[in-house]
Design a protein around this ligand. Structure first.
Ligand code: NAP
Length: 249
């Protein structure tokens, strides 16, 4: 039997990350699933992920705060000890702490940059040496349409997501010669816990501004992640793929 590919997905206990994990499970990848909250029900999530696939895949859960560089190094080591390699890294873990600039606290700015942008660096820096050894790697980082167009009330989040785009384009140039491809997905408004905080009225207003007239699903984002991360993508690197119902053209 051909050796299974291995995907490490950060923030895969819920929302988009979990659907990304399910997509890779369906495609027969072994999985490394990262999360941070103590309340995460690992057994339940394992059951749910295994229930979507007929493949006899293995799943390793690692509780790690992506802001902690050494902890990320340890998570990657654990993954390589178990599976021997990491073929795909999906930098998905992300948070919001919204406020207008005038009211934004320094801690709110710093924490969002630390999780979203520094977390992406921490993981990529630790995974890439193993990808270089195998001369194979796909890195997909979850940015956002607001990293391209900005959004009032989200200067911290937009800066972190714009940073992810610059980071990705730079490493795509550095790592192309090693057969490591790096791309971003820029989701628009996707139904998850992150957007659940918005009122129905706000969601309707947002949907009115989207050509496809609805919010997206985590599955729709997961399919796009897989498109960029699977073996058949051999010529797309340094790109940002919007999954936003046509919101930002
Ligand atoms: P979500 O439902 O709030 O889930 C966030 C995930 O990130 C959870 O698995 C959470 O783990 C994990 N996480 C948070 N802080 C972490 C940390 N310090 N270390 C490790 N993991 C951490 O969010 P989502 O809506 O699925 O968003 C996923 C990604 O898509 C984020 O990068 C987000 O910015 C981006 N995005 C989302 C939307 C949208 O409309 N939803 C739009 C554009 C971009 P726990 O469960 O352990 O807390």
């Amino acid at each position: 039997m051909e050796e299974r590919r291995v995907a490490l997905i950060t923030g895969a206990s819920r929302g988009i990350g979990k659907k990304v994990a399910e997509k890779f499970a369906k495609e027969g990848y072994n999985l490394v699933i990262n999360y941070v909250s103590d309340s995460t029900n690992v057994e339940e999530i394992t059951k749910e992920i295994k229930s979507v696939t007929d493949e006899d895949i293995q799943v390793l859960f690692v509780k790690t705060d992506v802001t902690d560089f050494e902890a990320c190094e340890n998570m990657v080591k654990q993954a390589v000890e178990k599976f021997g390699k990491i073929d795909v890294l999906v930098n998905n873990a992300g948070i919001t702490k919204d406020n207008l600039l005038i009211r934004m606290k320094e801690e709110e700015f710093d924490r969002v940059i630390e999780v979203n942008l520094k977390g992406t660096f921490n993981m990529t820096k630790n995974v890439v040496p193993y990808m270089m050894k195998k001369r194979y790697g796909k890195i997909v980082s979850i940015s956002s349409v607001v990293g391209i167009g900005g959004n009032a009330g989200q200067c911290n989040y937009s800066a972190s997501k714009a940073g992810i785009i610059g980071f990705t384009k730079s490493i795509a140039k550095e790592l192309a010669s090693r057969n490591i491809l790096a791309n971003c997905i820029a989701p628009g408004f996707i139904t998850t816990d992150m957007t659940d905080v918005l009122s129905e009225e706000v969601k309707e207003k947002i949907s009115d501004q989207i050509p496809l007239r609805k919010m997206g699903t985590a599955e729709e984002v997961a399919n796009a992640v897989y498109f960029l991360a699977n073996e058949e993508n051999t010529y797309i690197t340094g790109q940002v793929l919007n999954v936003d119902g046509g919101m930002m053209m």
